[in-house]
Design a binder for this molecule. Structure first.
Ligand code: FE
Length: 205
């Protein structure tokens, strides 16, 4: 069995937004897909540790903004590398508006949004799978949708070019953060994007 087969699956990238009792939240996910067309339904899988997952579970509503190739790294940093538990991501965020359901959607670096009402919630251990009917949707731009592969190759900053030192280090595959050392502690959490040690690759710098 070659586990690299999993890397051949392609993914889109989205800002998932929701709100409950006046508290707005948003996070980056790569798990939005259409699952039926009659009626129109979408599914999203959201890591339980995400604050926005709580908001979706409590309110039963969300918006899914589709990130396009025009999205900049700051959009990923803003919604992906900090938690809504610690900061209000909408306190000073300009590129958003509220849709008919009262939730924010993202207007910069996106090409569409869909408004969902949760019909089924399935506990998958690390993630919650939400299946939702689509109440509303709009196209926002003609830019192509960003794939996870496009993010990795075109949006994520390239590691700084420095003279090789020959040192062993570990690079976060999500955000590019580099930890210098022969061994990466098993419980290491990326200080930038909060992804675990399993998302690091060994490199020589
Ligand atoms: Fe990281």
């Amino acid at each position: 069995m070659d586990k690299k087969a999993m890397y051949k699956l392609s993914y889109g990238l989205f800002v998932l937004t929701s709100a409950f009792e006046g508290r707005d939240g948003g996070c980056i996910i790569n798990t939005g897909i259409q699952v039926t067309s009659e009626p129109n339904r979408i599914s999203i899988a959201v890591n339980k540790s995400n604050f926005t997952r709580e908001l979706v579970e409590k309110s039963g509503r969300f918006n899914l903004s589709v990130l396009s190739e025009a999205a900049d790294f700051d959009t990923f940093r803003h919604f992906g590398f900090q938690s809504g538990r610690d900061v209000d991501k909408f306190a000073s965020y300009a590129a958003c508006e509220r849709s008919a359901n009262g939730l924010y959607y993202i207007t910069g670096g996106t090409n569409a949004f869909l408004s969902g009402s949760v019909e089924q919630t399935i506990d998958l251990g690390s993630h919650i799978l939400f299946i939702a009917g689509v109440d509303d949707m709009e196209v926002l731009s003609a830019d192509p949708s960003a794939t996870y592969a496009y993010y990795q190759s075109e949006i994520k900053p390239k590691p700084a070019q420095q003279p090789a030192t020959g040192k062993t280090a570990w690079r976060c595959k999500v955000c590019g953060y580099v930890y210098e050392g022969e061994e990466l502690p098993a419980d290491f959490i990326c200080p930038l994007c909060k992804h675990p040690a399993s998302d690091f690759e060994k490199v020589v710098i």
